[in-house]
Design a protein around this ligand. Structure first.
Ligand SMILES: CCCCCCC/C=C/C(=O)SCCNC(=O)CCNC(=O)[C@H](O)C(C)(C)COP(=O)(O)OP(=O)(O)OC[C@H]1O[C@@H](n2cnc3c(N)ncnc32)[C@H](O)[C@@H]1OP(=O)(O)O
Ligand SMILES: NC(=O)C1=CN([C@@H]2O[C@H](COP(=O)(O)OP(=O)(O)OC[C@H]3O[C@@H](n4cnc5c(N)ncnc54)[C@H](OP(=O)(O)O)[C@@H]3O)[C@@H](O)[C@H]2O)C=CC1
Length: 699
């Protein structure tokens, strides 16, 4: 099988990539890593040729002189020879004689390579099996090309590498020829070609113009490749930023069918998963891509990510978004089977942590795993433990299910006090509300969903009745139409407000680049503005005159919060607000503190917010304690800070995170070469290339 070389980057093409990429692959400028079986160039022309044709006048004879000629004169036909000579007269005569302008040269081909340099780009092009039109778009003048087309040359004719004239013209950077061919409008799926041009030369305007003029953005090429999968298939794994993502955005906005498959049944999401394009995966999922769509062989995107190996970040992203992690392909193989074949410890860890390995019986004895166990005693010990430890998150959740209630604090500690716990109907907030009630406090829980609040209140009351050997404190629920309204109501009901626990909050996972203004505002309003309003009302309505204690639940965003930038910003705001209020309101006897749970406090509702438990299993591996935190552990810290034992603590943030903040960041950064070192040598070179106009500020 021949592979077509269009670009300048190296995908490290594996079997899996080939299946999806068809006959299009990238190679690096040195031409390394060519696919196995590819023709070896015997004539290798190199050189820094700037072949831009911007000064080419279409009616002149101008042909970029520095494009190396395709060196193959074997048995080229007379049409090709005329093209090489730019002999329009001869071409006209041949046309009159009805000579076929479209015959491919089938001779003893000597494949040869043209290497073209344009700015930082370098690409090479292997020529085999071409016709006059292919030679023309590389070597001939515009006039000759027009002659050829008038004489019947097919504008869409593919060379034996299936390249169209338009692709070739683009590959050697003959911009005027590109424009001529596009203007002719006959090119096969011009839109797909335009996407190629955008990828290669950043011709964004061209794509936008075509979209505006109603191009069919879903039209596949003759091999069934759609513009979207073409774009995704040509991206480089570190394409986190910049134009590459712009392309996907343009295509999606233009109405590309996000799930359209190629003939192998593969969707753009599968390609992105196989190529480790995490930001692209996010974009496609946000655009509604079917995460569990299968190709003809029964693989879904998760299979593809596993098959791509070293694709942990892609696998994690898919897992967090609810991908099925243990379905079988048509051969009956699951992702775990692949991991066992590869003997990949990291993939195995990931699958086990996510309970994606139901066929455990064969893990210990899989040949590659046996080898690894023999070589790596630590791995062997870890695996043995994994095999014997119950791992289901559900089971962990049941442990924390608060069927019983207890507290390390003395009973009656908060007797007759009054608290508001926002978000008190679920997870952490419910645990705080329950412990406060258990310690004698009257509590109002508030949130958005009235049915949830009422169910929670009923449940909490019945549990308290079983476990509290004292009169039940009051438990109210309040549906917060606005935070302000909620506070008024509570103050009226109990006549006092000793404690405010701002626990309500949340967010959704998303790369920052994809967060809409509405989404950003929703998270900032809920977590930062909502907390501020609650604090303000508690203070102005009651605590200013009577004192009180406020606890703000934030999050461990102190190393940044990648994929949760909105909440990171909001919670950092609350962290600072806590300090400001602690000082401003100190003279009213108000203490204000924050509690920062690590990102590992499991509750059903928290997990449901992310569509699955996977995010929590992943996080566990990044917590020094190597376990989930419990809602009781957060509640205990809150009760301590509310208690007199913390009377001298204000403006503080207490981390309850198993040491997580000292350990790893949640996001692995893919390998990349986008960080350019500053050295004096580079600095001098840069000055020289910019015309040496003296020292320039870098700011
Ligand atoms: C590396 C990762 C580490 C992860 C660590 C995890 C640690 C943290 C754990 C926790 O915090 S657990 C607590 C989880 N619980 C919650 O998050 C509570 C529920 N959450 C929400 O209700 C929402 O997330 C909310 C946005 C905070 C509040 O939503 P609100 O009701 O005010 O607005 P909506 O009408 O629902 O949405 C408005 C707007 O926001 C955008 N948006 C909302 N959800 C998503 C989403 N899942 N994906 C993308 N965008 C979303 C969207 O623009 C919405 O507008 P419309 O499009 O609906 O018009
Ligand atoms: N679990 C964890 O690992 C971590 C949690 N946190 C934070 O701890 C707090 C509690 O989370 P957790 O218990 O785990 O998750 P939950 O999803 O169970 O809790 C979120 C609560 O907030 C309420 N809520 C959300 N938005 C609003 C709103 N706009 N107005 C009023 N109430 C709202 C929800 O109720 P309703 O839907 O009825 O409105 C729900 O009761 C949250 O702020 C969370 O972000 C921080 C770090 C880690």
């Amino acid at each position: 099988m021949m592979y077509m070389c269009l670009g300048d980057q190296n995908f490290g093409v594996g079997e899996n990539d080939r299946r999806y990429l068809g006959d299009v692959i990238m190679i690096n400028p040195e031409g390394e890593d060519l696919a196995e079986g590819e023709a070896v160039p015997v004539c290798h022309m190199t050189g820094g040729h700037d072949v831009s044709c911007d000064d080419e006048d279409e009616d002149t004879y101008a042909v970029p002189s520095d494009i190396p000629f395709v060196e193959n004169k074997g048995d080229e036909n007379e049409v090709i020879s005329a093209v090489r000579e730019n002999d329009c007269l001869l071409l006209q005569q041949l046309a009159q004689k009805n000579v076929d302008f479209n015959s491919l040269c089938h001779c003893q081909w000597v494949p040869c390579t043209i290497r073209v340099q344009r700015g930082d780009f370098s690409r090479q092009l292997q020529m085999t099996g071409y016709a006059a039109i292919h030679v023309a778009v590389i070597h001939a003048s515009i006039k000759t090309i027009k002659c050829l087309l008038t004489g019947g040359a097919d504008i869409n004719l593919r060379d034996s590498n299936r390249r169209s004239p338009l692709q070739l013209a683009a590959a050697v950077d003959r911009l005027k020829v590109v424009r001529l061919l596009i203007d002719k409008g006959d090119c096969d799926n011009t839109f797909l070609m335009a996407v190629f041009l955008l990828l290669t030369f950043h011709y964004e305007d061209l794509v936008r113009t075509l979209v505006e003029s109603g191009a069919d953005v879903n039209l596949p090429d003759i091999k069934g490749t759609t513009p979207l999968s073409f774009a995704v298939g040509h991206m480089y794994p570190s394409s986190n930023f910049g134009t590459d993502l712009t392309i996907i955005r343009i295509l999606l906005d233009a109405g590309c069918d996000v799930d359209k498959s190629n003939p192998a049944g593969a969707s753009a999401l599968m390609l992105a998963a196989g190529l480790k394009l995490v930001p692209v995966i996010h974009m496609l999922l946000s655009a509604g891509a079917n995460i569990n769509k299968m190709d003809n062989a029964g693989h879904n995107a998760f299979h593809t990510a596993v098959a791509g190996q070293r694709n942990l970040s892609a696998m994690q992203t898919l897992m967090w978004n609810g991908a099925a992690t243990h379905t079988s392909n048509k051969k009956g193989e699951t992702p775990l089977d692949k991991a066992l074949q590869f003997g990949s410890i990291s993939i195995l860890r990931l699958l086990l942590s996510a309970d994606a390995a139901p066929h455990r019986h064969d893990i210990m004895t899989a040949p590659r795993i046996v080898q690894l166990r023999n070589y790596l005693p630590e791995f062997d010990a870890w695996l043995r433990q994994e095999m014997h430890e119950p791992r289901s998150l559900r089971r962990i959740c049941h442990v924390s299910d608060m069927a019983v209630i207890s507290s390390v604090f003395r009973s009656g500690l908060f007797k007759d006090r009054v608290a508001i716990v926002t978000g008190g109907g679920t997870g952490i907030g419910q645990a705080i509300a329950l412990e406060l009630l258990y310690l004698g406090c009257n509590v109002t829980i508030a949130s958005r969903k009235v049915d949830r609040l009422e169910k929670a209140a009923k449940d909490m009351n019945s549990r308290l009745a079983k476990h509290l050997n004292a009169p039940l404190p009051k438990l109210n629920t309040f549906l917060n139409a606005t935070f302000v309204q909620k506070k008024r109501n509570t103050v009226e009901v109990h006549g006092r407000l000793d404690f405010l626990v701002n626990n309500a909050g949340g967010q959704f996972l998303s790369p920052a680049a994809n967060i809409t203004l509405k989404g950003w505002s929703a998270v900032i309003d809920t977590n930062l503005t909502g907390t501020f309003l609650c604090c303000r009302e508690a203070y102005t309505q009651y605590m200013k005159e009577n004192g009180g204690t406020i606890i703000n639940i934030i999050a461990d965003m102190f190393k940044g919060f990648p994929l949760m930038s909105h909440t990171g910003a909001a919670r950092a705001g609350v962290d600072n607000l806590t300090k400001s209020l602690a000082i401003e309101w100190a003279d009213s006897g108000v203490r204000v503190n924050a509690v920062a749970p690590g990102s590992s406090i499991y509750s059903d509702t928290a997990a449901a917010n992310y569509g699955s438990d996977d995010i929590f299993s992943f996080i566990k591996s990044r917590v020094p304690a190597k376990r989930y935190g419990t809602v009781e552990e957060i509640s205990a810290a809150v009760c301590f800070l509310l208690s007199p034992a913390a009377a001298f603590i204000s403006g503080e943030t207490v981390f309850v995170d198993g040491g997580g903040k000292l350990y790893q960041n949640m996001l692995d950064i893919p390998d990349h070469q986008r960080s350019k070192a500053y050295t004096w040598e580079n600095d001098v070179k840069e000055q020289e290339s910019s015309g040496n106009c003296g020292p320039q500020s870098k700011l």
